[in-house]
Each structure stands twice: as structure tokens, then as C-alpha cells.
Design a protein around this ligand. Structure first.
Ligand code: ZN
Length: 310
């Protein structure tokens, strides 16, 4: 059965080196692709994920050296959360203290223990303890022992004046269904998708709109198995919701369309194929700067303007 759910989350960061350090050394994710923003090749595009960068594990950043910090508001992503094994909450609490990462005390959400913290740009993250995930494969860079390592996304939470219009898109187009409510949060789950299968819609009424910047999520991408599935989703958006997406863009590792959902969040639909091993072997993912063919002739100039990270 085709898997739905989150394909990747893309956010804005400050300095590239600090971003790399935090996500690979502190959180122990794998850098699975080092490339540039295809719309602005003077900026890096970093992709972090599990060993292969499977859909549902991929957090990506545009690091801008001088980005000012964003401010959270309605029509934005409030928090991005990862799955960890149930027995790893103590390990991670100690790790965050040891690494000087600002965090909150563990709290219960929908019956699961969540450990909320912030990255160096103030981006809101959390680790959610999920039973059974210790048996799933995970990447270990040596800093985080494999038994405690992150197992892809748990969820994202989005802030809205009202949740229903966005909920309708999740249900009708992306294969989610409402599974529960807790306070102002409506939880949606994508069938039996384990990795990245949860989206929380938080209703906050008249809360002000946000301002995008470092620490802000730029967009959320949802999975389509292939072009056929992506085009079917585009048809549903147009016919049932009056929403037109952009034309399909080739992002080399997936093919994407974008649209602004009714609550104001930028959504993307991204194909599962071809994945990150299309231009380098899995064993050496993320080591070399990869450029799409249109920028390869300008490699020397591009490398000269990108900040040094290693
Ligand atoms: Zn994207």
C-alpha cells in the first residue's frame, strides 16, 4: 500500500556551519545531501535524514549567514517533532543538558512523552517517545548510540485561526483522518504510515500572523509515490478545493508541486522517487557538494561564494 504522510520539512537557518554542527553532532542525523538552493545557488541546501534519507525522515535547511530570526504566528509551523525509542527519554534529557540545548521538562501529549527543545535559531523541535521504534533501523554517526537515535519524523504542528479548512485538505487529498483532540489541538494521522504520519492542527483564534526568518519552517512536503499519485492529488485539489498548484518542478531527488493551503502554510507534494542515491552512492551521501546540471558549469564560482563548512 502506498505510504502517505510527511515527505520532508524545510526550514530557514542562520550560519551553515552551526546548522550542520547541531543537526549532525547534537541530534545525530545524517547529512544526506549537500547541495544549493536550486532557485538561488549562492545559498546551501542541506538535507538531513536517516541513513538513506527515506521520505518521512528528511529535514532540510536553507542556511543564510545573516538571517534575522523569524517570529511564530498563525499560518505557520509551530513545532517539528522526531520519534525516539520509549526507553531513550532519559538519555536525550541528559544529552540536551550536556550540550547546553534549551529544553522543557518532558510532557504527555496524546499519551506519549514529548521532550521539547529549540535549535540554535530558536526553531521549535521535540522528541516523542514511541513504543516499538527501537526495532526500526536508524543512523548512528557515533555521537548518538544507535539504540537511542532518532527514527524519522513523528509530526508537525501547525497554527491556525481555524483547523477545519486545512483538515479537509489533509483528509481528502493526503490520506489523513482525524484521530483525536486534546485542548486546542486536532490530531490527524495518515493511515498506517509510521514515519512522519501525524499532523497536529492547533487552533489559536486571533493570534497574530508570524514573520518568516531563521528558525521558521518554510514549507511542509507531503508524500506522493510517483508522478501519477502526485497528479491525482493535484486534480483533487483543483476539483474539490479550487486550489491550483505550481507546475511540477524537478528537484533532482524528487519532483514537486507547491501550493498555499487555506490557513496560509506553504505545502508541497513531493514524489518518493528517485531519492538521494540518484547522484552519489548511499555510503558517501552528503560528503561532496552536488549541483544540478544547470549549475555544474558554474561550480567554481558557486563554491567560491558558499561559506566554508569543513
Ligand atoms: Zn521542499
Amino acid at each position: 500500500m502506498a505510504q502517505n504522510g510527511i515527505h520532508h520539512v524545510t526550514a530557514i537557518a542562520g550560519p551553515a556551519r552551526r546548522n550542520l554542527d547541531f543537526y549532525t553532532r547534537v541530534l545525530g542525523l545524517r547529512l544526506v545531501k549537500k547541495t544549493v538552493n536550486f532557485d538561488d545557488p549562492s545559498t546551501y541546501h542541506f538535507y538531513y535524514g536517516d541513513e538513506a534519507g527515506r521520505p518521512g525522515t528528511i529535514l532540510t535547511f536553507f542556511p543564510w549567514e545573516h538571517a534575522t530570526r523569524g517570529q511564530l504566528g498563525v499560518g505557520e509551523t509551530q513545532e517539528t517533532t522526531f520519534r525516539i525509542p520509549e526507553g531513550s527519554v532519559g538519555y536525550w534529557t541528559h544529552r540536551l543538558i550536556e550540550q547546553g540545548v534549551p529544553h522543557e521538562a518532558p510532557q504527555k501529549r496524546f499519551g506519549e512523552t514529548a521532550l521539547a527543545f529549540k535549535d540554535p535559531n530558536g526553531m521549535r523541535l521535540a522528541l516523542v517517545a514511541v513504543s516499538g521504534v527501537e526495532n526500526e533501523p536508524a543512523w548512528s554517526d557515533g555521537n548518538v548510540p544507535v539504540e537511542h537515535a532518532i527514527r524519522g519524523f513523528h509530526s508537525v504542528s501547525l497554527l491556525f485561526r481555524e483547523a477545519a479548512p486545512t483538515g479537509a485538505i489533509l483528509s481528502d487529498v493526503f490520506g489523513f483522518a482525524e484521530i483525536g483532540r486534546e485542548g486546542s489541538v486536532v490530531r490527524y494521522r495518515a493511515g498506517d504510515t509510521a514515519v512522519g504520519g501525524v499532523v497536529d492542527l492547533r487552533e489559536v483564534g486571533g493570534f497574530p500572523r508570524g514573520r518568516s526568518g531563521a528558525g521558521s519552517v518554510h514549507h511542509i512536503a507531503f508524500r506522493a509515490a510517483d508522478d501519477e499519485a502526485e497528479f491525482a492529488m493535484m486534480r483533487k485539489l483543483a476539483e474539490n478545493h479550487g486550489i491550483r498548484t505550481t507546475e511540477q518542478k524537478d528537484r533532482k531527488y524528487f519532483r514537486s508541486v507547491y501550493f498555499r493551503e487555506p490557513g496560509g502554510v506553504l505545502f508541497e507534494i513531493a514524489t518518493d522517487d528517485p531519492g538521494f542515491a540518484v547522484d552519489e552512492p548511499v555510503a558517501t551521501l552528503g560528503q561532496a557538494l552536488k549541483l544540478p546540471p544547470q549549475y555544474e558549469p558554474r561550480r567554481k564560482d558557486i563554491e567560491a561564494v558558499l561559506p566554508k563548512v569543513a
